[in-house]
Design a binder for this molecule. Sequence first.
Ligand code: ZN
Length: 439
Amino acid sequence: MSGYTKPLPEVQPWTQEFWKAAKEHRLLIQECCDCKAKIFYPRKYCPECWSSNLGWSQASGKAKVYSFTVTMDMVEPKFMEDLPYVLALVDLEEGVRMMTRIVDCDPEEVHIGMGVEVSFQDVTEEFALPMFRPIGAAARKPSPAEGKAQGDTAAAEEALGPKTYKTITYEIGGKNNTVCRITLNRPDKHNAIDRRMARELIDAFRRVREVQSVGVVVLSGAGKSFCTGGDLSVFPSLAEHRSAMDWLAHEGLDVQKAITGCEKVVIGKIHGYCLAGGLELALCCDLLYAAESARIGTTEINMGILPGWGGTTRLPRSMPIFRAKEVVFSGRRDYTAREMYEMGLLTRVFPDEVFEEKFEDMVRLISSKSPIALRMGKEVMDRSAEGGSIETALAVERNGIQWLQNSPALQAAMDAYRKKPDGLVQQQKGSNIQSDRNR
Ligand code: ZN
C-alpha cells in the first residue's frame, strides 16, 4: 500500500466528507437540501439551483455501465502495470453518473448496461478509491491459474493459449512428446515482436514448463528470418514514444524471464535476420544454432537508443567484452553467423544446405535425454556461469545429483542392478540401463 505512486485525490473542504466515507468503504453522494437534486461529483453549490445548502446521502453502490473504453496502451507510465484496463461511465441507481474503472473483470466481458457494484480499492493509509466490479464478482474472483487448469475447456477457450495464439505457433511432438516447438509467426513482418506476440511468448514458455514429457523447446521464426526485434509500428507518434518504450521495457523483461526461467533446454534456431530484440530473444536461449547465411546484430544505437531486452547485459556474458562492445556500438546488422561464431556467440554454424538436417540431428540427440537431467544440468550450469564462488556452484551441483537420484529412471536402473545375482557392477552405457532392466 505504501508503494502507491499514482496520483491521489487533492482533498477540498467540500470533498473531505466524500473521501472520509470512501476510506470506510461507503459511497456518498451529495444532495441539495433545497431542490433535492442528487449531485456527483461533490461541489460547493447545487448545479440545479445554486443553493449552497448541500447534504450527503449514502448510495447503494449499485450501478449500470453507461459507456466504457478499454485502454490497451499509451498511458502515463505509472498506469502501465494496469493495462489493459476499463475506463467507464456508470449510472448509479440514485441517478448520478460517475467516471470510474471497472475491475475484477475481463475487459472483453464489459458491456453497456452491465450491472456493477462499487468496490473500494485501498491504495494508501488515507485513501480508498471507488471503482466498480460486476455484481457478484467478489464471490467469484477468477485466479490467474484458473484459466490454465486442464479440462477447464470453457475457460481455456477464452484465455490465451495455443488455440488462440495469433502471432506464434506452439506444438508438442517428437519421440515421446519430448520436443515443444515455439515458432514466431509473423513472417510478413520478419517476425517483429508486437505486444500480442510478447504476451503469447510469455504464455507459451510458462505453459511448457508444466509439460513433463518435454525436455527441449525449439524457438524459431517462420518465413525468411528468425526475428528483427520490436515492431516499430508500436510507436505511433513521438508524443507517445515514451510510454511505448516503457512498455517494451516491462513486457520485454517478462518475455526474457519466461524464457530463461523455463526449465527446459531452449534451443534457438537462427536463420535470416536476427536483429535487435530478435537477437536479445536468442540470447535467452541455452543453445544457438545458426544457418551460415544468417545476419546478426543489435541496431538500436542507430536510433540513438540501446538494446533494452537484455542485449547490453547478456552479450558481454556471451562473448569477450571487447567484442560485445563492438556489436552494440557499431549497430551493424550484417554480422555473418561465422563472424559471430568466431566472436564467441553461437553454439555452432551449419551451411545452409544442411542446416535443417544438422539442426534436427541436434534436437533429436538432446531431446533423447532424460528431461529431468536436462533441467538439472541447465540449472547447475546457469548458476555456475552466473558467477559466485566455485564452492557455491559445487553445492548446487551436489544438490542436483542428489535430487536426480530420486528420479524414477534412476530408481528403476538401481533396482535392476540390485536384482542381479552376482551383484557385480556393470558399466552402464546410456541405453544399457533399459536393457539391463528387461533381463
Ligand atoms: Zn438545488
